[in-house]
Design a binder for this molecule. Structure first.
Ligand code: ZN
Ligand code: ZN
Ligand code: FE
Length: 761
C-alpha cells in the first residue's frame, strides 16, 4: 500500500496569512489527491501532505511558483515524515508556533467578484456594506495579534450565521476560510447620525446629506474620512474652513476608472495603480474635467482614488436612476495636523465641529491607517505616503539585520522594524509635534511589533538632538543600544536598500530636502554624498545661507528670498516682489539678524532655495502647507521650453572641508536680471529647474570615479519636473540613476534608511 507514497511537512513563511493561502492549499491538495492538513501558526502556514511522490512534488512546485495572487512566499522548509494514512484534507485551527514569523497582509480593496455580488439583487449579499472574501477586505487594520485568524481580529465580535459558517467551511467556496466573511444577518452594521436620521435608512440619509452639500464623516478601513461633493464649491470651501486646512490639496474619490481619467491624465502605470488591490491616491496632472476650485487651489495636479470598500461604492450609488455626487472629496478625518480619528467616541468629539453627519459602523479599527499617496513620473511609480494597502508589506534587506527598530524623522513620521532579511515599515504616523501624534507613534510601534513578532534589541534614530522620535527611543531603550544615523545618509541608504545595492558597493547620493541635522550642526538639505550603508562622505553642498528665526523663515518664503539675496550680495530693491512682500519693520529686523547672525542657523537646504526663488519672482510669499511655494513654482514652470538657456550655479572647492560648495549667487543674479527685463515667471522658473538639474550632473561628473550609480532622494525630488530633468541629464551622461519606488523620497522613508545604516555598523 505504501509503495511510492510519501508524507511531508511543508512550513511556508512569507506573506501567507489572510491572502487565501489555506483555501488554495486545500484546493491544490484535493486536485492532486493528497491527504493531510493545513494550519496557520505564528511561524507561517504548516502543511502536511501524503500521497504519491509525483503528486507531492507537483504540490510543492505549485506552492512555490503559483501561490495566490496576494501571497509572497518567502521560504519553504520541507521535512519527510512517516506515513500515517488517513483520508481527506483538513484545515486545522491555529496554534502558536515558537519560531519564525508570518506576515500579515495589508488591507485589500474590494475585488471584482465581491463588487459584482454587491450589485446583484439576486445575491444574498446584495448591497451588504461589508462584503468581502479571501481575496479582499481589511487585514492589517483589524488584526490585534498573529496569527491572522478571525478570533485575533475585530471580526471576532461578529459570530458567523449558519449560512456564512457553511461558506467558511466549504472548500469549494470563494469564502472558504475568509476571516472577514459576513452577511446582512451576522455582519457589522452601519448607522447614521445627522439630519434625516429618524426618517430614512442610514445610507439614504447620508447620501441626501452629500447631495445637499453637507459634510459627512464616514468610517472606513483605517479611520474616518470627511467627505463632501467635490463639485460643490460652497461645500468644499466650508470643509476647508472648518478643518482649518489652508490651501493644502484634498484628494477626490470616484467610483470608477473612467471618472478618474476625466479628472486626471493617467498613463497605463497610473491606471494599474488606481485599480490595484492597494487602491492608493494617485496624483497626476489634471485632465480637464473641473472640480470645485477649493479642492486643490493653485495646484496643477490632483490626487484621485477609486472607491475601495463596499460602503464607499454604496455611497456613490449603485443604481443609475439614483445618482448622487460622483466625485467626492475624501480627506482624513482629523483637525489640522492631528492623526486620523479611528474610534467612534474620538471621532464624535474631534470632528463634531466639522461634520454635519456621521456614517458609522460597528467593526472596530484596531490601528489607524491613512490612505497611501503615489505619483507616476515618466511611467515610474513614486510613493509619497506609504500607508493603507502597503503597510505592513515587508521590504527585503540586502544583508541580515539583528532584531531592531528605527524611529524615523519627526516630519511625516513612520517607524520600522527589521530582523533577518526583512524590514517592515509602519503606516504613516504624522508630524511629531503634538501629544496625539506621539501617542499614535507609540500605538503604531507596538502594533508593528505584534504583527511582525520582532522584539527589537537595537534602536536607530535621527541624529537631530531635538527630535521627539529620537527622544522616544532614548526613553524606552531600557538598556538597549541606541544608534544615531545622519538624516541624509538615511535618505540615500533607503534608495540603495530598495534597489538591493550590496554593502560592498557605493553610490553618489543626491539628497535634496528641506531640513536635516548635519554633522556640523548646520541644517543640511542640498547634499551630494558618497555613500555606503556604513559610511557617508559629503562631497558637495549648497553654500550656507542664514536661516533667520527658524520656522518663521520656512512659512514665509520671502524671508528666504531676502536671506539668499543678502548672501549673494544683491540689493533688496523694493521692485523685487519678495522685498515688497516683507513689511518695512520686519525687513529692518531681518537685516539686523543677517548682519549679526543673531538667531540664525546656517542652512544648505535645497528646499529653502526653491522657496526663495518662488518668492523672489512673486509666485508665493507666505505658505500654509509644506512645500507650497516650491509646488507652485514647479506648476508655473511646467511645459515651458527655455530652449537650453538656463542659469548656472557656481562650483568652488572649500579648502577647509575639501567639499565642493555650490554657489546659488549667479542663479539669483540672473533671475533678478530676467525679472527686471520682464521675463515671465514661468520662464525664470523653468531656467531655474534646468539649472538645478545641470548642477547635479556637473557635480556628479566631478566625482564620477567614485561610482557610476547616482541615487536621487529627499522631498525636493517629489517635484516631477526636477526629477524628470535630473534623471535624464544623468542618464545622458552615462550614469545609472536609482530612485524611490517602494518608500517615499521624503522623510516617510527615513526609518527604512536608518535600519540599513544602523545594522551595517
Ligand atoms: Zn472579494
Ligand atoms: Zn452571515
Ligand atoms: Fe529629509
Amino acid at each position: 500500500m505504501s509503495a511510492g507514497r510519501v508524507r511531508r511537512r511543508l512550513v511556508i513563511t512569507g506573506l501567507v496569512q489572510g491572502v487565501g493561502f489555506r483555501p488554495f492549499v486545500y484546493a491544490t491538495a484535493a486536485e492532486l489527491a493528497l491527504t493531510g492538513g493545513v494550519r496557520n501558526d505564528s511561524s507561517g502556514v504548516v502543511i502536511e501532505i501524503e500521497g504519491t511522490a509525483s503528486a507531492a512534488a507537483e504540490f510543492s512546485d505549485r506552492v512555490r511558483h503559483r501561490p495566490p495572487a496576494l501571497a509572497v512566499v518567502e521560504d519553504i522548509v520541507e521535512t519527510p515524515l512517516r506515513l500515517r494514512g488517513g483520508t481527506g484534507f483538513t484545515i486545522d485551527d491555529s496554534t502558536h508556533g515558537t519560531h519564525g514569523r508570518t506576515l500579515v497582509s495589508p488591507d485589500v480593496a474590494i475585488c471584482a467578484d465581491c463588487r459584482a455580488e454587491l450589485r446583484d439583487p439576486a445575491d444574498r449579499r446584495h448591497r451588504h456594506p461589508f462584503i468581502s472574501c479571501t481575496n479582499c477586505g481589511p487585514r492589517f487594520t483589524i488584526v490585534e495579534r498573529m496569527p491572522y485568524d478571525r478570533t485575533n481580529t475585530s471580526m471576532a465580535d461578529f459570530p458567523m450565521c449558519p449560512r456564512c459558517a457553511a461558506e467558511y467551511s466549504d472548500p469549494g467556496d470563494r469564502r472558504f476560510h475568509a476571516q472577514t466573511v459576513s452577511c446582512h444577518d451576522c455582519g457589522p452594521v452601519i448607522s447614521y447620525d445627522g439630519p434625516d436620521a429618524e426618517d430614512r435608512d442610514p445610507l439614504t440619509a447620508a447620501r441626501a446629506l452629500l447631495d445637499r452639500g453637507g459634510i459627512l464623516a464616514v468610517k472606513g478601513i483605517g479611520g474616518y474620512h470627511l467627505a463632501c461633493d467635490a463639485n460643490n464649491e460652497r461645500a468644499v470651501a466650508t470643509l476647508r474652513r472648518r478643518k482649518r486646512r489652508g490651501d493644502k490639496p484634498f484628494a477626490v474619490m470616484v467610483a470608477g476608472l473612467e471618472t478618474a481619467r476625466g479628472l486626471v491624465a493617467t498613463d497605463a502605470a497610473a491606471d494599474r495603480l488606481l485599480c490595484s488591490p492597494h487602491a492608493p491616491i494617485v496624483i497626476g496632472p489634471r485632465s480637464g474635467a473641473p472640480v470645485a476650485a477649493s479642492v486643490a487651489p493653485g495646484n496643477p495636479d490632483l490626487g484621485v482614488m477609486l472607491a475601495y470598500t463596499p460602503l464607499h461604492l454604496l455611497l456613490f450609488g449603485l443604481e443609475e436612476d439614483h445618482p448622487g455626487p460622483q466625485e467626492l472629496v475624501m480627506t482624513s478625518g482629523n483637525l489640522g495636523g492631528e492623526p486620523i480619528c479611528y474610534q467612534p467616541e474620538q471621532a464624535r468629539e474631534r470632528l463634531a465641529q466639522i461634520a454635519d453627519g456621521f456614517l458609522d459602523h460597528d467593526r472596530r479599527i484596531v490601528v489607524p491607517c491613512d490612505d497611501s499617496v503615489l505619483r507616476v513620473v515618466d511611467g515610474a511609480t513614486m510613493p509619497i505616503r506609504r500607508s493603507r494597502g502597503y503597510a505592513p508589506m515587508p521590504l527585503v534587506l540586502p544583508a541580515p539585520a539583528p532584531p531592531m527598530m528605527a524611529t524615523g524623522a519627526d516630519l511625516k513620521n513612520t517607524c520600522a522594524v527589521a530582523h533577518g532579511r526583512y524590514a517592515w515599515l509602519s503606516q504613516h504616523i504624522g508630524d511629531m509635534d503634538d501629544l496625539a501624534t506621539l501617542n499614535a507613534f507609540d500605538a503604531a510601534e507596538r502594533h508593528l511589533e505584534a504583527v511582525t513578532g520582532v522584539t527589537p534589541e537595537l534602536l536607530a534614530v535621527d541624529a537631530h538632538p531635538g527630535y521627539r522620535s529620537a527622544a522616544w527611543a532614548r526613553r524606552t531603550a531600557a538598556g538597549r543600544e541606541v544608534r544615531s544615523v545622519h538624516h541624509h545618509h538615511a535618505h540615500v541608504a533607503a534608495v540603495m536598500g530598495e534597489h538591493g545595492i550590496d554593502p560592498s558597493e557605493s553610490v553618489l547620493g543626491i539628497a535634496f530636502d528641506g531640513t536635516g541635522y548635519g554633522t556640523d550642526r548646520a541644517i543640511w538639505g542640498g547634499e551630494i554624498m558618497h555613500c555606503r550603508y556604513k559610511s557617508c562622505q559629503r562631497l558637495a553642498h549648497l553654500s550656507y545661507v542664514p536661516l533667520a528665526g527658524g520656522d518663521v523663515s520656512v512659512t514665509r518664503p520671502y524671508r528666504m528670498a531676502l536671506a539668499h539675496l543678502w548672501s549673494a550680495g544683491i540689493e533688496w530693491s523694493p521692485r523685487l516682489p519678495a522685498v515688497a512682500a516683507c513689511p518695512e519693520s520686519e525687513r529692518r529686523a531681518l537685516a539686523h539678524q543677517l548682519d549679526t547672525g543673531l538667531g540664525c542657523v546656517p542652512t544648505s537646504s535645497m528646499g529653502r532655495l526653491f522657496d526663495a526663488i518662488s518668492a523672489l519672482i512673486g509666485i508665493r510669499q507666505i505658505i500654509d502647507y509644506e512645500a507650497q511655494a516650491a509646488i507652485e513654482l514647479e506648476s508655473v514652470s511646467r511645459g515651458i521650453d527655455c530652449a537650453g538657456e538656463h542659469y548656472r550655479f557656481g562650483l568652488a572647492t572649500d579648502n577647509d572641508t575639501p567639499a565642493t560648495v555650490i554657489d546659488p549667487a549667479p542663479v539669483l543674479g540672473a533671475a533678478v536680471a530676467d525679472l527686471g527685463a520682464g521675463v515671465a515667471p514661468g520662464t525664470i522658473g523653468a531656467r531655474f529647474h534646468v539649472a538645478v538639474a545641470a548642477m547635479v550632473r556637473d557635480c556628479v561628473l566631478r566625482f564620477a570615479e567614485l561610482s557610476d550609480t547616482v541615487a536621487l532622494t529627499g522631498g525636493v525630488f517629489q517635484n516631477a519636473l526636477l526629477f524628470g530633468m535630473t534623471r535624464k541629464l544623468l542618464a545622458d551622461a552615462g550614469f545609472e540613476v536609482i530612485a524611490h519606488r517602494l518608500v517615499p523620497p521624503n522623510d516617510g522613508g527615513v526609518a527604512f534608511g536608518q535600519l540599513l545604516v544602523a545594522s551595517s555598523g
